[in-house]
Design a protein around this ligand. Structure first.
Ligand SMILES: CC(=O)SCCNC(=O)CCNC(=O)[C@H](O)C(C)(C)COP(=O)(O)OP(=O)(O)OC[C@H]1O[C@@H](n2cnc3c(N)ncnc32)[C@H](O)[C@@H]1OP(=O)(O)O
Ligand SMILES: O=C([O-])CC(=O)C(=O)O
Length: 383
């Protein structure tokens, strides 16, 4: 094969690299299935704990299985002293995604099953990460707000995953509708086939490295604004346009439209819009937008809906590019009270489930991932 005949698919666009039974993304029907179940049905009828169990085990849990699973999750929620020590050593100028990445790495180094990559050990490690990451994210936000190491808010075993996450983040119990919207976001963020971070996790796993190394690498891949970092970037756009509490939706929409027209005229890429696979809209957006609408009503903030609609309409008119999941998720987390830079760590807490399901799938039917490249440097020459 000469270099002239090699077809290069930049960004692996359109390349099928392996099969997976974890989820199916179908851009033609605008649908997303987790283990065969439509994600919007799971969001309407299941808890995030049930969905995590489904992603790992292939089936929804029976009541007995769920009870045992919940017990394990609740037992692993506290911020481990060694993790707190390392987080406290990191400057608050470090991005919270760097904190998440470091925490995942520390949890791997200190895990009692470090060195054991058997299926049972991997399942235990996945559950431990899933249970423990909320405490890291919640604590990191609180220490940043205080500007110094503090005592974490202890988890509460009588609360479900999402209610407890919000409790540890804010030190007060969230309203049931807020818990519900947060749980929906966790379910929608959980899994999305061979996206960049999941693929990163699979590449690391393919070398027979360990689960925590794969998750640590996946967190690094998620951080970028072309991927998970977009939910944070969406909020920066809103902030740049200006959030004016009390402004009418119509006025906010007009300002947002003008901002978008100007940004597109300057050839800017607008985070929260577009998708590598979905070209006609992200399957998860209607469900997340419904959750955002509920939060806008709950907090009485119509100006945010105005900004949301104005940007979406202007993008549709100019380029017909649709929003992705990060677009409604960003303002939803803002309304709940999270600081903007914590949004992508929230994505991490959810996606740990999908990443580890893929890591276990890769490990069970492994082949080293090692593609080829076409050389385009200088031809061989003499010294
Ligand atoms: C949970 C998630 O990770 S979802 C994705 C989150 N990421 C973002 O929101 C970042 C913003 N979006 C983007 O950068 C892109 O849409 C991606 C990276 C997600 C997908 O991109 P690709 O499939 O590689 O498409 P690509 O970037 O080549 O875009 C195709 C065309 O649409 C334009 N386009 C795509 N997305 C956007 C956008 N958000 N703003 C402006 N223009 C855009 C590109 O400029 C390009 O135009 P051109 O053909 O005139 O050069
Ligand atoms: O699938 C992708 O490329 C990105 C995405 O939406 C996700 O990871 O949720």
């Amino acid at each position: 094969m000469t270099s002239a005949t090699i077809e290069i698919r930049k960004g692996l666009a359109g390349v099928v690299v392996d099969s997976t039974a974890v989820s199916k993304v179908n851009p033609e029907t605008n649908s997303l299935l987790y283990r065969g179940y439509p994600v919007q049905d799971l969001a309407a009828n299941c808890s995030f704990e049930q969905v995590a169990y489904l992603l790992w085990n292939g089936e929804l849990p029976s009541p007995e299985e769920l009870a045992a699973f919940i017990q394990q999750e609740r037992a692993g929620r506290a911020l481990e002293p060694v993790v707190k020590q390392v987080v406290d050593a990191l400057p608050i100028t470090a991005h919270p995604m760097d904190v998440c990445r470091t925490a995942a790495s520390v949890m791997g180094a200190c895990h009692p099953l470090a060195g054991d990559s058997s299926p049972a050990a991997n399942m235990a490690k996945a559950l431990d990460l899933f249970a423990a990451m909320p405490a890291v994210v919640a604590y990191d936000q609180r220490r940043r707000r205080e500007g110094r190491p503090i005592e974490p808010v202890e988890p509460r075993a009588e609360l479900g995953y999402s209610a407890n996450f919000l409790w540890m983040s804010f030190g007060e119990e969230a309203a049931p509708e807020v818990v519900e919207a947060f749980d929906v976001s966790m379910i929608l963020y959980a899994e999305h086939s061979f996206n960049a971070s999941t693929f990163t996790g699979r590449v690391v796993t393919s070398t027979l490295s360990d689960l925590h190394s794969a998750v640590t690498a996946a967190i690094g891949a998620l951080k970028g604004p072309l991927h998970g970092g977009a939910n944070e970037a969406v909020m920066h756009t809103f902030e740049e346009i200006g959030i004016r509490s009390g402004e009418s939706g119509g006025e906010a929409a007009a300002r947002a439209k003008a901002w978008m027209e100007d940004a597109l005229a300057h050839k800017k890429k607008i985070m929260g819009f577009g998708h590598r696979v979905y070209k006609n809209g992200d399957s998860r957006v209607p469900t997340m937008k419904a959750a955002l609408d509920k939060m806008i009503a709950h907090y009485g903030r119509p100006e945010l809906l105005g900004l949301y609609n104005g940007l979406e309409q202007a993008m549709e008119e100019a380029k017909a590019i649709k929003p992705n999941l990060d677009y409604p998720a960003g303002p939803t987390y803002h309304l709940m009270g999270f600081d903007t830079e914590m949004f992508t760590p929230l994505f991490v807490a959810s996606r740990i489930t999908g990443w580890t399901a893929h890591i276990m799938e890769q490990a069970a039917a492994n082949s080293l991932i090692r593609p080829l490249s076409a050389y385009n440097g200088v031809e061989q020459r003499s010294l």
